[in-house]
Design a protein around this ligand. Sequence first.
Ligand SMILES: O=C1O[C@H](COP(=O)(O)O)[C@@H](O)[C@H](O)[C@H]1O
Length: 236
Amino acid sequence: MSLAANDFDWTGFPTREALADALADAVAQKLATSIERRGTALLAVSGGTTPGRFFEALSTRGIAWDRVTVTLVDERFVPPSSPRSNAALVADKLLRNAAAAARFMPLYHPAENAAAAAAMAEQDLAALKWPLDAAILGMGADGHTASFFPDADTLSTLLDPASARRVLPVDAPGAGEPRLTLSTPRLIEAGFLALHIEGAEKRAVFEAAMKDDEDRKPIRAVIDASPRPVKVFWAP
Ligand SMILES: O=C1O[C@H](COP(=O)(O)O)[C@@H](O)[C@H](O)[C@H]1O
């Protein structure tokens, strides 16, 4: 099944398992190509409830994981011991099997507040080889992607395609807790940029966001800012 548009490539899968396998194959292929070309690869993944099955599939792919650095598209300002931690999800579902050899760079740091943690993550991530080879976005029912929440007090900074920052702090009533997120330019420059969404509700949210030119949801802003069509992976 396919829905064509100028700014995204939509692929629908019959099942979530089929989606997880196809996305894992595409990401593994991209990482393997980057390792071949420049010796290392850099991957950013989202958290939340959606990516577990994809992580499990990707963890079994036979690439040179010891050359791969994994980081997060975004993180809640909570320690890895919290059930809300995206880092904990990655440790549990992705950094196992063959992928146990990968290096993980967290966005969370124990600090006074999310702004201080973001400054620390900014410094750590500056040492990596950018751009990202692959970034996998998720999307919430409110149209947020990464931690670009519609009600964030710094939304225009978060969506600024010219930001010089890699990591930004986020404060938004809709977010549940303060957040850390990669910036828009660092995400849209990824060699492979995908959006992974599942279920009829998220499909409807995505389609509405692509149509609504008045109330531009963060997902729409990222799709519009991307220099290449974002690859959308969807399953019911
Ligand atoms: O809070 C977050 O939400 C989005 C969507 O999560 P889901 O549970 O609806 O799949 C996720 O992409 C993001 O990484 C996460 O921090």
